[in-house]
Design a binder for this molecule. Structure first.
Ligand code: NAD
Ligand code: ZN
Length: 362
């Protein structure tokens, strides 16, 4: 396989490859794990018209082996999973078959979940087509669906057989979705890799121009960080290192809940959350004002929000973060920074500094 970057996720005795490069989703050589297996493809209605035919050609399978979901987060449900499972049974896929998830995080989470429970678990391959899926959701083995009571409440850990990230698929991604994925990329730099952060400062324009080498570079570096952290903490034990991946997310989730999950994309909410986390870290003196300013500037240059949505108040944050309850019991843990590329899980932050951050931002 020429011009692919290959990484490994090491999980004790097991490991799986992540292959990154231009055109991989249309290249048979990117799928050695699929050779000679019964295959089924799950994708969505936005991705299918563009990327399905080349993938089917590469895998030598017909379009009768494909389940196309309507696109969107609202499809990530128990009901959709049931439909996929019904279809897998009707098509008589045996236990040694393999599912292929072609799409963004919604398809990956749903198909992965179906693979986790179909006949007590079968293999699956992730072919992520959004930046968010390529740097985050396709790696690490978290699969699942949403419930009316909340996101990702039903699911399973189920690691893929391989992850194939084709940089050329990002050319059709709506701009907002691309930038939302970029928020997670900036997050990785802030939490674990100052060199990645500096690389982004120097090369952001190449990313925004979708230069494939630049895209492959960030996907590789982000996957390397995620692979390392997942290797240390496969199942996210409460205060294990996997929690560090949630830098900016406690604030971001509050914003998503406040805005009803309809106005802001996840990555946009995370972007504003990263700015709040950097600000709070600086007010503790754990990072310099200058480092916080660099984080905020990069997020702004990426066309992402640096402030909470208009109208959201400090009280809204306190409420949605369960602050009053949790701080009393000393339980709220935030991911904060103690250096560029160096995040920590902290429950001993100063609540009055948090208040001042929220008051100044809102
Ligand atoms: P998504 O799958 O909904 O994709 C976003 C939109 O882009 C959709 O409309 C999709 O049809 C479209 N699309 C996908 N690829 C495209 C392409 N190449 N060209 C044009 N359009 C394309 O959303 P997402 O942002 O990829 O993923 C979000 C989901 O990921 C959420 O459900 C979230 O919970 C989950 N997630 C999971 C993990 C994990 O560890 N499993 C981590 C982070 C997020
Ligand atoms: Zn996220």
């Amino acid at each position: 396989l020429n011009n692919a970057r290959v990484l490994k996720v090491e999980l004790g005795a097991r490991s799986y490859p992540i292959r990154i490069g231009k055109g991989l989703a249309a290249n048979e050589a990117a799928f050695p794990e699929a050779q000679g297996r019964a295959l089924r493809v799950i994708t969505d209605s936005n991705v299918a018209p563009v990327y399905l035919a080349p993938l089917l050609a590469a895998l030598h399978i017909g379009d009768d082996q494909v389940f196309v979901l309507p696109a969107g987060e609202t499809q990530k449900t128990w009901d959709s999973a049931g439909q996929v499972l019904d279809w897998l049974l009707a098509s008589r896929l045996s236990r040694d078959g393999c599912l292929i998830a072609l799409g963004g995080g919604v398809v990956g989470d749903l198909a992965g979940f179906c693979a986790a429970i179909y006949q007590r678990g079968i293999d699956f391959i992730q072919v992520p087509t959004t930046l968010l899926a390529q740097v985050d959701s396709s790696v690490g083995g978290k699969t699942g669906v949403n419930h009316a009571r909340g996101k990702n409440l039903i699911g399973a850990f189920h690691q893929p057989l391989s992850v194939i990230a084709d940089t050329s698929s990002l050319s059709t991604l709506p701009r907002r979705e691309l930038l939302a994925g970029l928020a997670e990329v900036i997050k990785y730099g802030m939490l674990a890799d100052s060199l990645l952060f500096e690389w982004l400062e120097a090369n952001l324009d190449r990313i925004l121009a979708l230069e494939s080498n630049a895209l492959a570079e960030i996907i590789e570096r982000c996957c390397a960080i995620k692979a390392r952290i997942v290797g240390l903490d496969e199942r996210e034990t409460g205060s294990g290192p996997r929690a560090l991946l949630n830098l900016g997310h406690t604030f971001g989730h509050a914003i998503e809940t406040h805005t009803g999950y309809t106005q802001w994309l996840h990555g946009e909410a995370v972007a504003a959350g990263l700015c709040l986390a950097a600000d709070l870290s600086a007010r503790h003196g754990w990072i310099t004002e200058a480092v916080a300013a660099r984080c905020i500037t990069l997020i702004q240059r990426a066309g992402l929000p640096t402030q909470p949505p208009p109208g959201m108040t400090a009280a809204d944050f306190r409420d949605l973060m369960g602050l009053d309850k949790k701080v009393q019991n000393g339980k709220l843990r935030l991911i904060l920074m103690r250096g560029l590329g160096d995040a920590i899980i902290s429950s001993d932050f100063d609540a009055s500094l948090l208040d001042s951050v929220l008051h100044d931002a809102c």
